[in-house]
Write a protein that binds this ligand. Structure first.
Ligand SMILES: C[S@@+](CC[C@H](N)C(=O)[O-])C[C@H]1O[C@@H](n2cnc3c(N)ncnc32)[C@H](O)[C@@H]1O
Length: 248
């Protein structure tokens, strides 16, 4: 009964029922990740030709294969879910990409250099981002970029409007300025995430000496949606937020 267990980010994706539901959704390919997160993320990343890329919270590492096909020089995908790590290993088999098991909090990057660090929808599971942003800054080459997406703070502020099995038509934003730990119901499970304000991400980056180049929200593009009705659903609230920053 996954409902009763309070998960961390990685253990959430290790729960067999939750994992099955999550990856089935992703495979269907017409959800928010594909229609809203992917287009903006790939636009921010641009060309990866010749870059060494680190992907924190890589999931199945499908993105790694894409980056390798686009000419990145090296790809390392890290995940702390056993299930996701195994998937990543399988996905990257036969490529030069590397899957690593471990947490974003604990990965030691002191002896490695990357030109691009990406993290897609994983950092809202982490309590202390300051230490992580500093670690990322250190492992980047000069001019290297750090690009990440997170659930939008409007979404992480409050989960009271979520009802399992129902499509949300209205969202509640509440306790926005009360940051920190929250418990969220999702996919018949419970998971801990950390709510931060928009300005918190900005300041965290600035305090870690990054130059912030772009802040984006997942503004829906009508062309990506099959129907007007589906498009209308996503113009109501921002679901994802993105930052692109440079080690200058
Ligand atoms: C929403 S999934 C996204 C997966 C992938 N980045 C993508 O966009 O397809 C979040 C991923 O972050 C991983 N994750 C969450 N917290 C983590 C942590 N502290 N250390 C490493 N991985 C973590 C989870 O195991 C999961 O694979």
């Amino acid at each position: 009964m996954s409902k009763l267990i309070l998960h961390s980010g990685p253990t959430f994706y290790d729960d067999p029922d939750i994992s099955k539901a999550y990856w089935e959704r992703r495979k269907r390919g017409l959800g928010a990740n594909t229609l809203l997160e992917y287009p903006i993320f790939t636009e921010l990343v641009g060309s990866v030709q010749g870059l060494r890329v680190l992907d924190l919270g890589c999931g199945s590492a499908q993105y790694g294969v894409e980056l390798l096909n686009q000419g990145c020089e090296a790809y390392v995908g890290l995940d702390a879910s056993v299930n996701c790590y195994e998937m990543a290993r399988e996905t990257l088999a036969g490529t030069s990409g590397e899957a690593r098991f471990g947490t974003i909090e604990e990965i030691d990057l002191q002896t490695e250099k990357f030109d691009l660090v990406v993290s897609r929808l994983a950092l809202h599971y982490i309590e202390d981002l300051e230490a992580i942003f500093q670690k990322i800054y250190q492992c980047l080459t000069s001019g290297g970029r750090f690009i990440f997406s997170v659930e939008h703070p409007v979404i992480t502020s409050c989960n009271d409007s979520y009802v399992e099995g129902q499509i949300r038509g209205r969202w509640i934003v509440d306790q926005y300025f009360v940051t920190g730990r929250r418990e969220y119901d999702w996919l018949n499970g419970k998971v801990v995430k950390y709510h931060r304000k928009v300005e918190d991400f900005f300041l965290l980056l600035r305090n870690s000496r990054f130059r912030v180049d772009f802040l984006r929200e997942a503004t829906p593009n009508r062309e990506h949606f099959a129907t007007e009705e589906e498009y209308a659903r996503w113009v109501k609230v921002p679901i994802f937020m993105f930052f692109s920053a440079t080690k200058s």
